[in-house]
Each structure stands twice: as C-alpha cells, then as structure tokens.
Ligand binder design. Sequence first.
Ligand SMILES: [Zn+2]
Length: 254
Amino acid sequence: MTESRIYQNILVGAEMQDDDDKGYQEAHLSDVIRMQMKRRGKRFWAGDNISDYVDEEQKEVLIDEATKAFEKVLDTLLIDRENDPNSKGTARRLAKMYYNEIMAGRYEPAPDATAFPNDSQDRYEGMLVVRSELRSMCSHHHQPVSGVAYIGIIAAQKLIGLSKYTRIAQWCARRGTLQEELCNDIAREIEKATGAQDLGVYIQMTHGCCENRGIMAKSSLTQTTVLKGAFKDDPGTKKEFFDNIKMQQEYASK
Ligand SMILES: [Zn+2]
C-alpha cells in the first residue's frame, strides 16, 4: 500500500469515529485497523490471528507506531534512552520483535500445508506422533513460555509434510497465549490441515511468569492435553499415544 493510500485510510478511519473511539487526537493506522475489526465483530485478543487485517506494508507503519509507543514506555520508566548506549535502539528493537518474532503468529497467515492423498490400498493407517519445540509468551505478563508439544494423529484421507505439524504449532504459539488455549488452537489447526478426527495434543511448558516473578518457581512445569475421537474414547489408542510420548522423551534426552 502506498503512503497516500495508508493516509487516506487513516482519514477515512478518523471520520468513522464513533463514541467509543473518541479520545485520541491523532489518527494512527493502528486506530483505523482496530476500528475496522470492531465494526466487523472481529475478535483481536492476544492469541487471535488478525492477518486478514494487516498486510506487509501496513506492518512496517505499525512497527513505526509501536516504536513511538515503546519510547514513551521507556521514558515513563525513567530510562535514559538518549545517553544509555544499551537503551538507544531498544524501543524499535521491541517493536520489531513483537511484530516479527514473539507475536508473529498474530500477523502472518496460516502456514501453507499442502496435503497429499492417503487413500490408496496401502494407505498409512498407523499413529503418527510429532514432537514440536515451541516458544510462546503468556498474555498476562508477556513473559516467555517454552517447551514441547507432542502431536498425535491417526491419518485420515490425507497427510501433510512432517515439518508442517511443527510449523502450524509454532504459528499458533507465536502469540500471546494461555497454555490451555494454545493446546486447543494446535488441535483445531491440525484437524483443519489433515482432516483427521482422531488426534491428541500434549504440551509441556515452563512459564517465565512463574520463574522470573511471582512465585519464582524455577522448576515449575505445566502440562495440558487435548484428546479427540479415538484418542479420547479408546483406551488402547490413548495408551499408545502416551507410550509414544514416553519413547519420544527417552529419545530426546539422549
Ligand atoms: Zn503469565
């Protein structure tokens, strides 16, 4: 989008102000996009993907806006960002990090997961378990959350490339999340990409907000599980999934 187009949109957005939107003097692109989402009833919580509302060029403008906002935060924290060499570019580093790294999964569309048919006579009918390393952050404190997801499916009529399971899981994780929600999100997206009705997601993570602050519990580990179809209803399938996880963990610890 050209600068004039962005500006036009900002003007349109400014005109579209309703009572809720009053109170800001200067129209920002972030205000315009927020209004668009509100009007269309689009939820934009920290764990929601809003890639339909933000394109690549707009992202650059938003990074500039976030830089200004982080500068204000640093000023309010009474950090000398003019003379402290380590704090000089911090506002921009934070803005870029949020958009391009730790919250990238909010602004990027779902990873392209080409599906291959699995419907021939000798189709794969077994269980598939993938171990995916994850990095996320909690919505409450914006502290790092890191760990591993084990994704298990019994293949349906199609299969996706092995790396896609991890790409999908990472895309769900690169947002502000709650681990319980993340577990649900990964299960839903894997179901969408593979068409598998029988699946399980088990996540083990440590939370920066429990380690660096609050209860300061260094070794706290949180586990969440979502089971669907046979993983939930058939004790044999459930056991096979958790046996597979155990084997994965034995392998990973070597
Ligand atoms: Zn937290």
